[in-house]
Design a protein around this ligand. Structure first.
Ligand code: HEC
Ligand code: HEC
Length: 85
């Protein structure tokens, strides 16, 4: 092995290590509790868009407020994944 091969090898290893350490998707998932269980059925049957219509019923300023720095919130379920196994 010459010097160049070794550098290539180290470079490859570095990339693997970096990918390894990247956090898993970190956005909180939709809980699997009383409030949210029915959405698991809706998503399975009619898709995400059908379920998302109801999120704002509870998730609003008078109910469960959003964190102050919450990103734009149409399409909840594209960011907040369900807890399917
Ligand atoms: C019946 C009321 C209700 C509806 C409808 C509802 N939620 Fe919630 N949600 C709650 C409550 C109460 C909490 C806070 C307590 C908890 O963590 O369960 C919560 C918490 C959350 C959390 C944070 C969980 C955590 O670990 O901190 C997420 C994400 C969430 N909801 C997403 C959704 C999405 C997406 C929808 C629409 C598909 C939705 N919710 C519909 C009541 C509701
Ligand atoms: C563009 C991506 C995105 C969309 C769309 C989105 N969210 Fe979020 N949401 C986030 C991020 C990022 C956070 C910050 C905390 C975290 O979950 O990591 C957050 C936080 C929350 C929290 C607080 C969670 C906690 O741990 O305290 C709730 C509840 C929540 N979102 C509900 C919703 C609901 C309901 C919708 C749809 C109306 C929605 N979000 C749409 C990205 C998104």
């Amino acid at each position: 092995m010459n010097k160049r091969d070794i550098l290539l090898l180290l470079g490859g290893l570095l990339i693997i290590v970096v990918l390894w350490m990247a956090p898993e998707e970190s956005t909180t998932r939709v809980p699997r509790d009383q409030d949210h269980l029915r959405f698991y059925t809706i998503v399975k049957k009619d898709g995400k868009k059908a379920a998302e219509k109801f999120c704002l019923d509870c998730h609003n300023a008078d109910g469960v407020p959003f964190p102050k720095d919450h990103p734009p919130k149409n399409r909840c379920l594209l960011c907040h994944k369900m807890r399917f196994k």
